[in-house]
Design a protein around this ligand. Structure first.
Ligand SMILES: [Zn+2]
Length: 600
């Protein structure tokens, strides 16, 4: 969709009184997440739901109080729904809420006292379902399900596993509608009109579809390893966004792309071969002439072993210094670029260049010593890491965090089942604490094709590779997601030409283009924005923007943040104000049913 130019926002307020949101009951604005259950499983599901809402930018309140939850037009039940989770009085309140026009969304409805509300007659859990097919594409909840890859998504690879994530199938009563089914035809997602409201039941928890894959334990659900659009995790997050946009008016979102653009393209290069150091300068020059910057992940291999010489030499560092002078961002691509990185012990946290024994390599050693060298030789602060071969040791993010890194890009988007950046976990294990490290998944890679490692981008396949990459970028644009491209600068003919053609095609077309670090800094800043819609004393609606304390950042620029608010015919977007009432000077741009507000 084409957009008009940014203009200074007209600070009209909406007319007094929230326009009646079709049948929703009167009360507070926004989404309530009603958390239930105290088991480890329930806590993981609750965490996963909060993470998904934050990832797609939906403001929400969390409560254990049914009374508080049912004041909002959309309630997301989080933690599993059994017969024991609520008292009979609370259950009655939830039934009344839907009957009077509320919209209730629950996952894993197991307790039969809830069946009449959801229009189901049975619920059967299993770990033997591997596909979900969305069928009722006109339901507002499925607004973002349009591509073939989204209409059928994968829960795991049945060729490799006999059991995958948990799922529940529902037996459906007359009157309820099936929105999605598993491969054998049983219902995976249902909606039941109950009174004037709607009750949605999804047979998959967000722990299963989102949290487990983000720990890179996703049962190889991706249908291809790289260089294709894999929405099998994102469709469930986008289901929440679609439900929100359909039921909360006016909807308000924290945008997912820097500078208020429709999509983003992250540029990165892995410098892990002798010739790549000098070649990097050619790439950096080309990118500078097009006005864009990229991230160069440098292997600091300073010793010779059976795989290669110590190619991290002063001469080669000189090329990288010039890359940096042209605006290139420098990250670490480890010390030894070892195929065994995932089996390295964590090692001593205080290891440094002077005492690192490269014959007994460690995760800390690879992360800290490469940073020490790059910080020393390039005079900056190295904030980003990408492992060789996208290997992902269990403790990688915890180690990176302790070593002072801000972002990592050691996973493929297909592997973690998301095309959005996210805050990873210190350990790849359920129950791990969140990391402050932002994970930026790689979607597009010149060096890998399907299944076996082979060169995807060659002189002969350049046109086909370009078409594939553009297709993935367009698919992500439809979802407000981001594509991260990896090109190894081992060649300055067809590789350089293909990147240039890609940039010339997407440049200026509602696409933010930048470094992995800029995207990560944007994502960290975004997490501190807590907007909500409020009514002032004079009746006008305003967006109150609360901004949490800034984390310690370097002086690198952070791309602008944007909010998205539902467009309403005849009235301008609400003003954006600070909690003390100061009106912020935002620029606005209308696109279809929404207005983008670019924050100063
Ligand atoms: Zn590499």
């Amino acid at each position: 969709m084409r957009r008009g130019a940014w203009t200074a926002a007209l600070l009209f307020a909406l007319p007094t009184g929230l326009a009646p949101a079709h049948q929703t009951p009167p009360g507070a604005w926004g989404v309530a997440v009603l958390e239930t259950g105290t088991s480890a499983d329930a806590h993981q599901e609750q965490l996963a739901v909060r993470d998904c809402l934050e990832l797609v930018g939906i403001p929400f309140i969390v409560t254990q109080s049914v009374v508080q939850a049912v004041r909002r037009p959309l309630v997301i039940l989080s933690g599993g729904l059994t017969n024991r989770g609520f008292t009979p009085a609370e259950r009655e309140l939830l039934y009344r809420y839907v009957e009077r026009g509320g919209v209730l969304f629950a996952t894993e409805v197991q307790g039969n006292v809830w069946f009449p509300l959801f229009g189901i007659t049975g619920a059967t859990p299993s770990r033997a379902r591997f596909r979900v097919h969305f069928t009722a594409l006109t339901d507002p909840a499925l607004r973002y399900v349009n591509r073939l890859e989204e209409r059928t998504v994968s829960l795991g690879d049945p060729a490799l596993y006999t059991e995958t994530i948990w799922s529940t199938e529902y037996a459906v009563a007359p009157g309820a509608q099936v929105l999605a089914e598993y491969e054998h035809g049983a219902a995976a997602l249902t909606v039941n009109p109950y009174g004037r409201g709607l009750a949605y039941a999804l047979g998959l928890g967000f722990k299963e579809t989102s949290l487990v894959p983000q720990l890179a334990h996703g049962f190889e659900a991706a249908r291809r390893w790289i260089n294709w659009f894999e929405p099998s995790g994102d469709v469930f997050r986008l289901l929440l966004r679609a439900l929100y946009e359909a039921n909360v008016h006016p909807f308000l979102l924290v945008h997912t792309v820097p500078s208020g653009e429709q999509t983003g393209l992250c540029l990165s290069h892995d410098v892990d071969a002798r010739e790549s150091f000098q070649n990097s300068l050619t790439f950096a020059r080309m990118e500078a002439t097009l006005g864009v910057r990229s991230t160069f992940f440098i292997t600091t291999k300073y010793f010779t072993d059976s795989t290669d010489i110590g190619y991290y030499t002063p001469e080669r560092v000189g090329w990288i210094r010039q890359v940096r002078a042209l605006g290139g961002e420098i990250g670490s691509h480890s010390v030894s670029h070892s195929e065994d990185f995932e089996s390295f012990p964590m090692g001593a946290p205080e290891v440094g260049l002077r005492d690192y024994d490269t014959r007994h390599p460690t995760v800390f050693g690879e992360v800290r010593v490469s940073k020490e060298l790059l910080d020393r030789d390039l005079g900056g602060r190295t904030e980003g890491f990408r492992s060789g071969y996208l290997l992902y040791p269990t403790d990688l993010l915890g180690v990176l965090e302790r070593a002072g890194y801000l972002f990592d890009s050691s996973v493929s988007a297909q592997w973690v089942l998301t095309n959005f950046p996210f805050f990873g976990f210190r350990r790849r294990a359920l129950g791990s604490a969140h990391s402050t490290v932002v994970e930026v998944p790689v979607a597009l890679d010149d060096s890998r094709g399907e299944l076996e490692t082979r060169n995807f981008l060659t002189a002969e396949t350049a046109d086909e590779a370009l078409r594939t990459w553009l297709d993935v970028i367009h698919a992500n644009a439809e979802n407000g997601a981001i594509s991260c491209l990896l090109i190894h600068p081992t060649d300055t003919t067809y590789k350089l030409a293909t990147e240039r053609r890609l940039l010339e095609t997407v440049r200026g077309k509602d696409t933010w283009i930048g470094t992995v670090g800029a995207l990560a800094r944007f994502w960290r800043g975004r997490a501190r924005l807590h907007p909500e819609l409020a009514r002032q004393a004079d009746g006008r609606l305003v967006i109150v923007l609360r901004t949490g304390a800034a984390a310690a950042e370097t002086g690198e620029p952070v791309p602008a943040q944007a909010l998205v608010v539902e467009a309403r015919p005849g009235v301008g977007a609400p003003a954006v104000v600070t909690p003390t009432g100061t009106v912020l000077k935002v620029r606005s741009r209308a696109v279809g049913d929404r207005v983008f507000l670019l924050l100063p």
